[in-house]
Ligand binder design. Structure first.
Ligand SMILES: [Zn+2]
Ligand SMILES: [Zn+2]
Length: 328
């Protein structure tokens, strides 16, 4: 089969490799469409340690094509998406329901071969069936939307909340849409004006770019979702938070940055870390299928596997949102 294989940091080849065989309780999927995620970029550039050589990728739609021994939850021909973080279910965090921080978590496309290939073998427990009315293009967003849904579950938005979405990339735009279902008072903040245009289309009441300064009353938010991962993101969120505000960090900052602990105490702020998702996939699929969350406007292109490396090289292009890979 054809697969994209990262040999070492910065080197990706599209080549012929053996079709994987499904193990016990696994199925083999014929991959149709996959999404490129920030973590694929980090793996490619060697910023997120992975076991090279590896086939990257974890956001995908596939058709069940072969069943391993004892795999009986799906039928050949079913269309599914993947929960790409396999957890053990019995370590202390898993026992508490925190399967997202499982001690022996296996991450698809990082710890084992992923979806930028014609076929992938996946544990059947990690698969979710897709409704017929959901297109592949939209269904690929089930995984990133689950990230936003998890953050919203940690800190539910109330109708009168003034909400700030910090960073208007894919996760920011999805979080914005979920917050908009609860409150009209959504502000998006980003350095890139095209992303702010999109945020307004997605329902933001107000946007803040790098030139604008805000009055003290404007700069006073009850819930802040930090999705940029910028080192100074939390520090800025602390400045913009109203007394008693909740700040949720969804982006993993590339480096640590000092913050004003005095302000945290004086404003009595609550700060939450939100790590991927636990069991938000069904909700996520439902939100996409019902049209409550719109994914089409977030698609910035569809490319063949052969253009994956070039795309990862240009990952930080400001106009970029979600790029999809059509397979084969
Ligand atoms: Zn992802
Ligand atoms: Zn576990």
């Amino acid at each position: 089969m054809k697969a994209a294989v990262i040999k070492e940091a910065g080197q990706l080849d599209v080549e012929a490799v053996a079709i994987p065989k499904p193990a016990e309780k696994e199925v083999r999927l014929k991959i149709q469409l996959a999404g490129i995620c920030g973590s694929d970029n980090s793996v490619y550039h060697g910023k997120l340690p992975a076991y090279f050589p590896i086939i990257p990728g974890h956001e995908a739609i596939g058709i069940v094509e072969a069943l391993g021994v004892s795999a009986n939850r799906f039928q050949i021909g079913q269309r599914v998406t993947i929960h790409p973080n396999y957890f053990c279910g019995h370590c202390p965090p898993c026992q508490k329901g925190m399967t997202n921080v499982c001690r022996s978590k296996v991450r698809l496309g990082i710890d084992c071969n992923g979806v930028f290939a014609e076929y992938a073998t996946i544990p059947e427990a990690a698969l979710y069936p897709l409704p017929a009315n959901l297109t592949d293009r939209v269904a690929v967003f089930a995984e990133p939307l689950a990230v936003a849904a998890h953050a919203m579950r940690l800190v539910p938005v109330q109708s009168e909340d003034r909400v700030l979405i910090f960073g208007a990339g894919v996760i920011g735009q999805l979080t914005l849409q979920l917050a908009r279902l609860k409150s009209r008072h959504i502000t998006a903040c980003d350095l890139v004006s095209s992303r702010l245009d999109l945020a307004r289309r997605m329902g933001a009441e107000q946007t803040i770019g790098d030139q604008e300064s805000m009055t003290a009353s404007e700069a006073s938010f009850d819930v802040i979702f930090e999705t940029s991962g910028a080192p100074a993101g939390l520090e800025m969120a602390i400045q913009l938070a109203a007394p008693g505000a909740k700040i949720v960090l969804l982006g993993i900052p590339g480096e640590s940055h000092p913050v004003s602990t005095v302000q945290i105490v004086r404003k009595e702020l609550q700060i939450f870390g939100s790590m991927i998702y636990t069991d938000e996939f069904e909700q996520s699929i439902e939100l996409l299928a019902s049209g409550q969350v719109k994914a089409e406007p977030l698609i910035s292109g569809v490319i063949p596997l052969e253009q994956l490396q070039e795309n990862l090289e240009n990952f930080s292009a400001p106009q970029r949102m979600k790029t999809l890979v059509k397979i084969p």
